[in-house]
Ligand binder design. Structure first.
Ligand SMILES: C[S@@+](CC[C@H](N)C(=O)[O-])C[C@H]1O[C@@H](n2cnc3c(N)ncnc32)[C@H](O)[C@@H]1O
Length: 259
């Protein structure tokens, strides 16, 4: 009998931010194919006899080419296994989850998608930056910075169309992202933040102006995963005291102790 595949969002980094349904799928899986940004604590929830297969990608180095991942999922399901494809954040936000789902659909493999908490919203929230706020921002967009200097994103339309911009996968392209936004009408002094490893104990947030984005990353020697937030909502961070990294960790520990 053919197995099933669950495309599960692991959440943004803090293992406590996976969904109940995602955790249930992990605990019952025969095989888990997981990505680089997935917390090891989530993998420790797997059955002792489950097969754990790493398919992660670091920038520029591919543990497993996408076509091979797609074929692996089809093959494991073909063996009758209950497979979990565990991906950072939400599977359908720049996670190539759509490609995997299309492949499974084409191959006639029964599959489900278990949405996850995307870093695009969770990392700013954990840093005290709401992506929307009445009278400050009524719209936001999540965009890849990967292709900032090439084609792909229409920066001329995006630059002023939305209030808050969240840029994923842009660490190496921050100068180009900022230049594209400024050239297309965004003010150079727009508040901007870089958040590294949001929601984890290694979370780091630095703030400045849009025209300083690249410099900020270099000065603070930020390593992936990093996302950028551009917009006036960044200024709210100063007033949202809980987001101070030390106090957020203390609150989280207190809540965990109550559980
Ligand atoms: C391939 S995308 C996957 C996004 C994922 N599907 C999601 O919904 O969060 C990976 C990028 O997400 C961002 N990212 C993921 N986790 C992050 C975190 N905890 N803190 C900051 N940025 C993160 C980084 O920009 C990273 O390069």
């Amino acid at each position: 009998m053919i197995g099933t595949v669950s495309l599960v969002g692991a959440g943004p980094g803090d293992p406590g931010l996976i969904t109940v349904r995602g955790l249930t799928a992990i605990r019952s899986a025969d095989a888990i194919v997981y990505d680089r940004l997935v917390s090891p604590e989530l993998l420790s929830e797997a059955r002792p006899d489950a097969r754990l297969i790493y398919a992660g990608k670091a920038c520029g180095s591919h543990a497993m080419p996408q076509a091979e991942i797609n074929a692996l999922l089809v093959e494991l399901a073909g063996q009758g296994l209950r497979v979990v494809r565990l991906k950072g954040g939400d599977p359908f936000v720049f996670g190539r989850g759509a490609e995997e789902a299309l492949c499974l659909a084409e191959a006639g493999v029964p599959y489900e998608v278990v949405p996850g908490v995307s870093s695009a919203i969770a990392a700013p929230a954990a840093a005290g930056i709401p992506v929307t706020c009445r009278q400050v921002a009524t719209s936001f967009a999540v965009v890849t910075g990967h292709t900032a200097s090439g084609e792909g994103v229409d920066w001329s339309r995006l630059a002023t169309a939305v209030d808050t911009l969240v840029v994923l996968m842009g660490l190496g392209q921050l100068d180009a992202v900022a230049a594209a936004l400024i050239a297309n009408g965004r003010a150079p002094e727009t508040p901007a933040a870089l958040i590294r490893a949001g929601t984890t104990t290694a979370q780091q947030t630095v703030t400045g102006r849009l025209d300083q984005l690249g410099e900020l990353a270099r000065t603070h020697r930020l390593e992936p995963p990093v996302l950028a937030v551009v917009g006036n909502v960044v200024a709210l961070r100063e007033r949202l005291g809980w987001a101070d990294e030390a106090s957020a960790a203390a609150v989280a520990a207190e809540i965990a102790a109550l559980a």
